[in-house]
Design a protein around this ligand. Sequence first.
Ligand code: 13P
Length: 261
Amino acid sequence: MGKKLIIANWKMNLTVNEASLYVHKLDKLAGKLKHTEVVLAPTMLALQPLNMQVQHHHFNLAAQNFYWRDRGAYTGEVSAAQLRGVVRYGIVGHSERRHIFAERSKDIRSKVQAAVRNNIVPVLCIGETAQERADKETSDVIRDQLVGGLANITSVEVGQIVIAYEPVWSIGTGKFASPRDVERAVKYIRLQVEHLFGKVASEKVRVLYGGSVNPDNAVTYLRIPGVDGLLIGESSLDVYAFANVIKKCETTFSTSAKKGK
Ligand code: 13P
């Protein structure tokens, strides 16, 4: 079994100094990690200063966003080419980017491709809104967002990326998706990846769950078959809560490893 991947998406929170202090505290609280890969997605400003600090602590960094062109006259943008070597992961197609900043499928697949081109692992976020859920369109949305997001990359590349299932209605709302619904969605994601890119890609691709994850429900989501980790917003802002999630993950999977599960 591979390590569980736990990503803290701080969104537009924490200053550079606060981020640095957080990393320092997290290292002390989390201790040695055997079963968990921890990734922090701070504000763009903090990526460079945190780069040295996290290497030392064995955490990885993710960009919350980037532009898909490598360089040029794009005022205010940061490219994946500029982030190369600074981050290991890049979040793409987060629902806040889709809905607040009107990112379209076309932008999202170009970003996925730009990340891959620049040696950054894309974390492609997909998920249905409350309305789409009420209209029983969850599967259609998942399929469309996968087709739209992955169109520019190869099967081998798909096997190396991360897909995060984040139902929009659960993000930042405290409304929990049921483990059954998450299991069904994750199964469906792998099935679609298999149809589009083959069995190897569908088995290799890592799938995360995100949406109102906290220290109390994290293990429930982590235990769902097919879930390789978590993408956490709000609760990751509190270093104690986030460290708690990590510790619970470590304990859960070290016990499973001992039992040979
Ligand atoms: P919350 O954990 O605050 O629901 O946010 C999830 C999310 O959007 C992570 O990218």
